[in-house]
Design a protein around this ligand. Sequence first.
Ligand SMILES: *[C@@H]1O[C@H](CO)[C@@H](O)[C@H](O)[C@H]1NC(C)=O
Ligand SMILES: *[C@@H]1O[C@H](CO)[C@@H](O)[C@H](O)[C@H]1NC(C)=O
Ligand SMILES: *[C@@H]1O[C@H](CO)[C@@H](O)[C@H](O)[C@H]1NC(C)=O
Length: 251
Amino acid sequence: MLSIRIVGLGLFLSIVSGKNVKIPKGLPTCYRNDPNLNQCMVEATDKIRPMLRAGIPELKIPSLEPFNLPQVDLQQGSQALNFRATLNDVVIHGLTNYKFSRFDFDVKNLQFFCEAHLDSIQLNGNYNVTGRILIAPIVGNGKFVAKIDSADAVVYQKYEIGDIKGNKHIIPVFTNSSINVSGPKAVLDGLFDGNKELNDITNKAISDNVDELFEDLKPVVEETITRIMEDLLLKHLTANIPYDQLYPVKP
Ligand SMILES: *[C@@H]1O[C@H](CO)[C@@H](O)[C@H](O)[C@H]1NC(C)=O
Ligand SMILES: *[C@@H]1O[C@H](CO)[C@@H](O)[C@H](O)[C@H]1NC(C)=O
Ligand SMILES: *[C@@H]1O[C@H](CO)[C@@H](O)[C@H](O)[C@H]1NC(C)=O
């Protein structure tokens, strides 16, 4: 059993679309009838990287480097991990260290299949946790740092054609992702009211069992990535740029 709630995302979706939509300068264009569409899409992910680093204000897409998550509420019940936690003011570095090996747009069925490799991602922020970890109690609040050396992600998205302000748009209706991480690490400070001995013992237990714990946290990471992809990127891109301008037909 796992539940996750990301607070403060997706609330900023604002439709800037109208009859005369200005495509942000530098946004790569791929034609949906191009026989090399999928290669164009992979190259576009490289071209758009500096824009994602800085954010794309015209489309209300925030900076991804670093990326700020105001609040994440987690609740998890499994053998190794059983806790409720709130993460606040989470800052994520490294999300734009991605390299897509696949970004296939199946135009006929309006679905995307993407595969990406990410290097060195770091998260830090404030946490508040209560529960059990590897049978021992864990309770406290303070600062946390988490890192992964690398990650491989597969993301799937399904769209429908919809109408926004009289224009034809593709609208995401389903996104899911799967991710494998290598070299995960996490350190919490401030556990057990700042009792140093218990704090150190717990951090050692986390570090000794980090792969097992991360396996349990995988759904959380996957859900978070899915929400970020969908709420932050795809909805803004597709809601603000009509289909015929986002993926035009080459004459
Ligand atoms: C931590 O969470 C508990 C239970 O949800 C809450 O009562 C407490 O005020 C929180 N503490 C901090 C420092 O946020
Ligand atoms: C994750 O690892 C499993 C087992 O090695 C593999 O089957 C799967 O394709 C990997 N997934 C990703 C997203 O790389
Ligand atoms: C996502 O959902 C699709 C359609 O239900 C499924 O075929 C695919 O295996 C799922 N992919 C991931 C990465 O979870």
